[in-house]
Design a protein around this ligand. Structure first.
Ligand SMILES: *Cc1c(COP(=O)(O)O)cnc(C)c1O
Length: 435
C-alpha cells in the first residue's frame, strides 16, 4: 500500500473485528471494560497499549491518528479537539517556565494570539522571526529556546516557508522544528520530508474538508534525538514518577511498530498523549474523528481541484483593473513560486490574498457583495470562502503585526472551493464591478 490516494482511503482502518463493518465505526463510549486486574494495571502503567477512557484513547480516534501519521510520513499521531489544542500540547510537552519558542511572524492570526498572550500564563515566551530571512531564526534562538515553529504554507498570505533552511537552524540549535501543515495538508506537502521533526495540523480545514468538524493532530516524525539534548526536555528524558519512573525517550524511543516491524521512535507522541493530553484534556470526539476520517478519503481529489481552481482565480484576478496585487505562490512571478515548486509541486493550496486599489473600504464592500462566496472565518471548505482579515481574523493585532502577517487594510483572503470555476469567477466579477 504505497500510493498516497490508496493510503488516504485505507491507512489505519480495517473492517471492524467484531461486526465486519467496512467503514470505521463510531465507538461512542467513554470507557472500556478491563479483562481482569492485571490487564487494568498494565494499561495504566503503559506496559500494554489499549483503551482505558476516551479522553486518552478511543478506537475511532486511533484510526484517524494512524491514517494522518501515515499520510504525513510520521511514526505516530495524536488527535486533539482542535488545531490549537495540538499546538498547546506540543508546547506543553517541550517547554518549562522561563523557556521560549522561536516562531515565524507569518502565521495564522489565532496562533499569533496564542503565542503572544495565552502561553505567557505558563511562563513561556515567543520570539518572532521572518520566513524570508532564515538568519532571523538563528538570531532569535538562545539557550532557553525549546522549539522552532513555522507553517509550511503560511496563512493568510499563501506564503511558502523555506523549510530546509529553517530545519538547518533547528538542527544547529539542538531543538525540534515543528511545522503547522494545515494550509497545505499532507496531499500537497509533507514537512517531515523537508527536515521538520513534528507536524501539527488543524484537521478542521482541508483534511476534514467540508466545514463540519473541528479537530487537530500532532504527528511525531520520530527523528529527534531527545536523549542527545537531555537537559532541555526533562519530561521526555528523566524518570516520570507518575508512571513508575518510566523515561519516555528510553521506553518508547525504539518500538517495533514501523514497516515490517522496524523500530521507530514514538516517544514524543506517547508522552503527548500519556502526559499532556491526559492532564490537559482536549480530546477529540469519536464522532468528529469519523467525519475527519471520511474527509481523508477524498483529500487528494479535493486538493487537486482546489489548486486548479485557485490558480485559475488568481490568474483572473491578476488581470483585473481594480486589483492592485495578487499573492499566490502558484503564480509564475510570485516571489515564492520557486519555493512552491520545491515544497508543494502539486499545487500551492487554495488560500491566497489579493489587494484592492480601493483599500480597507473596498475590501469590506467586496466581501458584502459576493453571493456564491460565504463570508466566514474558516478555510479549506468545499465551498468558496471570503474574508477581510484586517477587520476580522487579524483585527486584534496591531497595524504593524497585521502588515507583517500579510493582513494589510486592502487585503482580501479567499479560500477557493471545489465549485465550477466559471461560477466562482462570475461571482467575483459582479462583486468587483459593484465597487
Ligand atoms: C485554523 C488554523 C489553526 C487552528 O486550528 P483550529 O482547528 O481552528 O483550532 C492553526 N493553524 C492554521 C494554519 C489554521 O488555519
Amino acid at each position: 500500500m504505497t500510493g498516497f490516494s490508496t493510503r488516504a482511503v485505507h491507512a489505519g482502518a480495517q473492517p471492524d473485528p467484531t461486526t465486519g463493518a467496512r467503514v470505521q465505526p463510531i465507538y461512542q463510549t467513554t470507557s472500556y471494560v478491563f479483562r481482569d486486574a492485571d490487564h487494568a494495571a498494565n494499561l495504566f502503567a503503559l506496559q500494554e497499549f489499549g483503551d482505558i477512557y476516551s479522553r486518552i484513547g478511543n478506537p475511532t480516534v486511533t484510526a484517524l491518528e494512524a491514517r494522518i501519521a501515515d499520510l504525513e510520513g510520521g511514526t505516530m499521531g495524536l488527535a486533539t479537539a482542535s488545531g490549537h489544542a495540538a499546538q498547546i500540547l506540543a508546547l506543553h510537552l517541550l517547554m518549562e517556565p522561563g523557556t521560549n519558542l522561536v516562531a515565524a511572524r507569518q502565521l495564522y492570526g489565532g496562533s499569533i494570539n496564542q503565542f503572544n498572550h495565552a502561553i505567557r500564563k505558563f511562563g513561556w515566551q515567543v520570539r518572532w522571526a521572518d520566513i524570508d530571512d532564515p538568519q532571523s531564526f538563528a538570531d532569535a534562538v538562545d539557550e532557553n529556546t525549546r522549539l522552532i515553529f513555522t507553517e509550511s504554507l503560511a496563512n493568510p498570505g499563501g506564503l511558502v516557508t523555506d523549510m530546509a533552511a529553517v530545519a538547518k537552524v533547528a538542527q544547529e540549535a539542538g531543538v525540534p522544528y515543528i511545522v503547522d501543515n494545515t494550509m497545505a495538508s499532507p496531499a500537497l506537502c509533507r514537512p517531515l520530508e523537508h527536515g521538520a521533526h513534528i507536524v501539527v495540523e488543524s484537521l478542521t480545514k482541508f483534511v476534514g474538508g467540508h466545514g463540519n468538524s473541528v479537530g487537530g493532530v500532532l504527528v511525531d516524525g520520530g527523528r529527534f534525538d531527545w536523549m542527545a539534548h537531555k537537559d532541555k526536555f526533562p519530561t521526555l528524558t528523566t524518570p516520570q514518577a507518575y508512571y513508575n519512573d518510566l523515561v519516555f525517550a528510553d521506553t518508547f524511543g525504539a518500538m517495533p511498530l514501523g514497516p515490517d516491524g522496524a523500530n521507530v521512535d514514538i516517544a514524543f507522541a506517547i508522552a503527548a498523549k500519556a502526559f499532556s493530553l491526559r492532564d490537559i484534556g482536549p480530546a477529540l470526539s469519536p464522532f468528529n474523528a469519523f467525519l475527519l476520517l471520511t474527509g481523508c478519503e477524498t483529500l487528494p481529489l479535493r486538493m487537486d481541484k482546489h489548486c486548479e481552481n485557485a490558480l485559475g482565480v488568481a490568474r483572473w484576478l491578476s488581470g483585473h483593473e481594480k486589483v492592485s496585487w495578487v499573492r499566490y505562490a502558484g503564480l509564475e512571478g510570485d516571489p515564492h513560486h520557486a519555493r512552491a515548486q520545491t515544497y508543494m509541486p502539486k499545487g500551492a493550496g487554495a488560500v491566497f490574498t489579493f489587494g484592492l486599489k480601493g483599500g480597507h473600504e473596498a475590501g469590506v464592500k467586496l466581501v458584502a457583495g459576493t453571493k456564491l462566496f460565504s463570508h466566514l472565518a474558516n478555510i479549506g471548505d468545499t465551498r468558496s470562502l471570503i474574508i477581510h482579515p484586517a477587520s476580522t481574523t487579524h483585527s486584534q493585532l496591531t497595524e504593524d503585526q497585521k502588515i507583517a502577517a500579510g493582513a494589510a487594510p486592502e487585503t482580501v483572503r479567499l479560500s477557493i472551493g471545489i465549485e465550477d470555476i466559471d461560477d466562482i469567477i462570475a461571482d467575483l466579477d459582479q462583486a468587483l464591478a459593484a465597487l
